[in-house]
Design a protein. Sequence first.
Lengths: 628, 343
Amino acid sequence: MTDIQSEEGQEALLHRLVVRFSGDSGDGMQLTGDRFTSVSAAYGNDLSTFPDFPAEIRAPAGTVHGVSSFQVHISDHEITTPGDQPNVLVAMNPAALKADLGRLERGGTLIVNEDAFDERNLEKAGYATNPLQDGSVDQYRVITVPMTSLTKEATAPLGVKPRDAERSKNFFALGLVSWMYTRPTESTLEWIARRFAKDELIAGANREAFLAGYNFGETTEAVGHRYEVRPAQLPSGEYTSVTGNTALAWGIIAAGQLAKLPVTLGSYPITPASDILHELSKHKHFGVRTVQAEDEIAAIGMALGAAFAGHLGVTATSGPGVALKSETTSLAISVELPLLIIDIQRGGPSTGLPTKTEAADLNIAMYGRHSEAPLPIVAAYSPTHCFEAAIEAVRIALKYRTPVILLSDGFIANGSEPWRLPDVDTLPDISVPFAREFNGTDADGNDVFYSFQRDPDTLARPWAIPGTPKLMHRIGGLEKADVTGNISYDADNHQRMVNLRADKVARIADELPPTVVQGDADADVCVLGWGSTWAAIDGAVQRRRRAGNKVAWVHLTHLSPLPNDLGEILRRYQRIVVPELNMGQLSRIVRAEYLVDATPLTKMQGLPFTLIEIEDAIDIALKEVTQR
Amino acid sequence: MTDTAVNLTTKKDWSSDQEVRWCPGCGDYGILQAVQQLMPDLGVAPENTVFISGIGCSSRFPYYMNTYGIHSIHGRAPAIATGVAIARPDLDVWVITGDGDGLSIGGNHLIHALRRNVNLTILLFNNRIYGLTKGQFSPTSEVGKVTKSTPLGSIDPPFNPLSVALGAEASFVARTYDLDRKHMMETFRAAHDHRGAAFVEIFQNCNVFNDGQFSDIVRRQNRDENMIQLVHGEPIRFGADRQHGVTMGSDGQLRIVEVADVGEDAIVVHDAERDDPSLAFALARLSNNDHSPTPFGIFRSVARPEYAHAIAAQLAQSSQQKGPGDLGELLRSNGTWRVADTN
């Protein structure tokens, strides 16, 4: 911990702190991390989180593959990533130590539950000898605490059985860390009372365990002195803390309100997108209808049916679901109805790494349909940006009557950060009118409704919903005649319709704001990013610039169509570095589109980029430029 | 609409300007006629009516109705129709499907729409063949059927569509056939008036790839002996002189008997409204081929909560508890804190 400042008070100040809570899947590490986050958010720190858990609900206890971790980065200044290396690792058992010790910074603080380091657990974790005694942890500041037995002792007076008491040991750990890093206790105690209100005994056990951990820190010299991370000087305003999936769900609700349309979500449970279904299901008083469909295909089918009927149709899924929805997505493109398709990307292919992050669905979003079927793609870049990205995706879908794919990923979906609340009154009106009247005249001079007569500016077709007198019409997957919408097998008509569908999507670029080049616009090296790499790129670019290098950075939120000015911007730079959690999908797109020499920086480990990885890539590019 | 007896629309109002393009002699024409002729009698408006189909010969149907409609994707019509029905409970939503569309590629959506009891009128045109792809066996084709894809005969045991529907908890199940417009209209009307998912199997002749499949049952000279008309509350009897009947043995098995042999009291009285679907199921399986006495009419019609209604009820309940949705409140629902202006 290099950021320590001495102060006259008891606490030493830290500018930033990365804590990783690590334990068994059943140990409640996600809950513990979440509480630490909430308290820190309310205290005023800037923060970023990284929940990292296995796909198994309860993997065999004590094994390395059953380890569940929660990493949280808090600071007194603005940050964007959950931190490359933890300063503090809380290891609840040998498996957690084995899984995560390698991440801990050299000289970092290691807090272990020594009760869990018995022969059986050591064996399950694959340790031949006890790492606490064989020198494995010598380079760290080790604090061993018998958390299980102290929790049992603390809760025994309440009449809690030892087995039940053991379940509260995560609150002991939270109490101890709360003391060490001077976190306020009241809100956690209130939260425990509220959350476990239905079972007094459990509420009591968790409270006593938390207080025991806190007091252990205060009374035991082993822990040493306290640290504090002061509140960050964030822009003034009202803040909350949200995960990406929550912000995205709220963005959908907001979009429905801004469009003056009821929302209908069809969704099939899939990690890591299910929380969108859960969140939206809680807000039926906004007129939100949610259906847990029988499968992914039904989910998008229901959303499309609802869109035909005049609702904002939404479906949320992850990569495997996007594959299943492909045919209906193509139908939505063909019948030109608005639809929001959310892809919370995860490790793949196939079931892959369902709980780990990846951003390798750009290709399927861009190309994953039969025939020529272009659609707009919007990518969220941070947990809080998901709100705005959802509204933007819906705006495009409605205005151009097209399905839109909104890309997020496991990292920002589950990660959280403080969010300065927008003034809801300033959010844009994204409503579009339904067709109400005839819009043409047939050969006999009769007024008629032409379901594919387009708006000359947007090329959007009229949206006439059932219940509207006179405008009855049929749509379908067969090719439609331009203007009338009747079935047509005419050769020239098909060419024209293919062109029109492509042109409609391409025209969206005309209304996009000019691309922002962050950092040094006159640099030789430009980082081109999209999606959740934003956090690590932001940190890496800042560090390189503080070190005196010139670096430009463009971060795309619209991936289809690409901004009109992107090619011209990219051609200004000698080196373009494209960090992606895939094998170079965007870099190939910009190479094909603009004939620029984009260099991919790829990573497929189920983990986000670290700052160092991106900084190194920038360094290499900078060196190549100066050597030329 | 109004409840006067005068129809506000005519058959012409329900017919689109599109040329009907089924093969000459196809059974689908008769079904289209029956639906178009029925619609004015239902007292509903074309603009409040939606026809949704999948893919297959029958799925061209919506193009010929002057209503709102979607000719969608193979098998997916029930899912898309569910979206329409839950968004807009004010609409009449019809699903047009076939034996391949509804029971093969779309089997999953069909059974779940029935399970949920979505307010849909589902017409399944069963011709026991794939017509649009030019003659492969379908999931309702009999074992041994020789087709382009089964030159040595099909080895796939078929589905019984009514058994599938009943097994999927359908609240309304009926069967009719393409040669009898009046029977179709009566059946479709009952299906339309049913609140919830109504499933109607239509024996439909494909005169190109499977001609005469149902002739032993539905041809005029065979009807007396092989068509059993189910009437709720009446003994199940058939034959020119109603001389045949259906009894249930102590083993629970339905059997076809001569009424004279067993006496009138021994004949099963049809009850479409009983909650227990076992009689309907037994009737659906009375015949396992297209050459022996086969029941028609309404097998089952029971009241069950309708899906869109249940959704609306939860929306209303939620609004009552929480008031109208307030976006500002929503964004603050996780708790907030203030960062003061440092200036």
